[in-house]
Design a protein around this ligand. Structure first.
Ligand SMILES: CC(C)(COP(=O)(O)OP(=O)(O)OC[C@H]1O[C@@H](n2cnc3c(N)ncnc32)[C@H](O)[C@@H]1OP(=O)(O)O)[C@@H](O)C(=O)NCCC(=O)NCCS
Length: 336
């Protein structure tokens, strides 16, 4: 792939730091994702970097001209299993170029910086998740092709009216059981990164937003039979959607389900657990509980209203398999 011919004079690309917080928040609000029916932005005030601190190894890069931010992008290093093999990849996300500066090669420059950085962590390629009708992003992230024949599916449950159940907090001596349940449930799904007790402990220690107190479980006798983690992403990101026909604006904040699974035969316990998480999300003031459903029908039905969002997956350096060879797609929502 060749670089676009021109970038604006005086363009500087560098790693963003805490002092860029306000500039990055403002920039994102000025760079809507333009889709057929709506324009969408996120308000990450007051802490732009909060959503990145739960990600493990990551980098946020900024493009500026005379100290004015005109673009940003981020990368997160991951080690998922793809097509049966552990890989080292960088997930490229949150590309935002100011509308006055689009199509001038700035996103390309930011992505190039992130690829170079990711190689120091052993990354051999990148991947993108893109809303199918975000034409600009598809044109950018999808230009090398290699789109997977199955979407990443996000289910958003309406938390209003969700009641709690017998879910309990997980404690330290249950972490081995948590790892077993999560790994059993997602074995063979592409983009799942199998857990170890060490890797789970590391995930739970990255930032106060997601720690052991955020893991809820259901026990039968002494046995842990269902588990799920609740990450309150909505504490740091408000989603703003403007309908392009009516001009109506809606705002929402969502909590996400991460690190989840159940023991054989305990689907209904997991469905009840989802209700508990939805209840907790409602208590936090969130409107939606979002989970990645690896394949259609896999998530036990908690009986809540739902909507579905699809994202296209692109792996420029990995040839996607046939749809029939994909058991499910399960990228890490902690990096979404
Ligand atoms: C998607 C986005 C990040 C692209 O940034 P950009 O700086 O305009 O992209 P670049 O100029 O580096 O484009 C590089 C190549 O990608 C392709 N491309 C990028 N934007 C395109 C567009 N709007 N139409 C067609 N091709 C496009 C082209 O091949 C382009 O090379 P070329 O200009 O030499 O033909 C930008 O449009 C944006 O911020 N959109 C709003 C927010 C958004 O949707 N972000 C992505 C969310 S996942």
């Amino acid at each position: 792939m060749n670089a676009p011919a021109r970038t604006p004079p005086g363009l500087v690309v560098r790693e963003a730091s805490a002092s860029d917080n306000e500039g990055l928040i403002d920039l994102e609000l000025q760079c809507p994702i333009v889709m057929k029916g709506a324009e969408e932005t996120s308000d990450r005030s007051p802490d732009f970097f909060a959503c990145h601190r739960v990600q493990g190894i990551h980098r946020v890069v900024l493009a500026e001209i005379r100290r004015r931010p005109v673009g940003s992008m981020a990368g997160a290093i991951q080690s998922p299993v793809v097509r049966g093999r552990p890989r080292r990849l960088v997930y490229i996300q949150r590309g935002r170029i100011h509308p006055d500066y689009q199509r001038q090669g700035i996103a390309w420059k930011l992505a190039t910086d992130l690829f170079a950085w990711s190689q120091a962590y052993g990354a051999q390629g990148m991947y993108y998740l893109i809303a199918p009708d975000n034409e600009r992003s598809v044109a950018f992230g999808g230009r090398a092709g290699r789109k997977w024949p199955m979407h990443v599916r996000l289910l958003g449950f309406d938390v209003s009216g969700a009641g709690g159940s017998q879910a309990r907090r997980i404690d330290d001596d249950q972490l081995v059981a948590v790892v077993e349940l999560v790994n059993r449930t997602h074995a063979g799904e592409d983009f799942f990164e199998p857990l170890t007790t060490d890797s789970l402990a590391e995930r739970l220690s990255r930032d106060g937003q997601y720690r052991i107190g955020n893991l809820l479980g259901v026990v039968d006798g002494e046995q842990l039979v269902a588990v799920a983690g609740l990450w309150d992403k909505g504490a740091f990101a408000e989603h703003i959607r403007i309908d392009r026909v009516t001009g109506l604006e809606s705002r929402s904040r969502s909590a996400l389900v991460v690190d989840w699974g159940w023991a054989p035969g305990y689907e209904s316990s997991f469905a009840g657990l989802l209700c508990s998480l939805a209840h907790e999300a409602g208590m936090l003031g969130r409107s939606t509980l979002t989970i990645c459903e690896p394949a259609p029908g896999m998530v036990p039905d908690p009986g809540l209203g739902r909507h579905e969002t699809n994202l296209s997956l692109y792996t420029p350096t990995i040839e996607p398999p046939d749809a029939s060879a994909i058991k499910g797609l399960f990228p890490d929502l902690l990096t979404l």
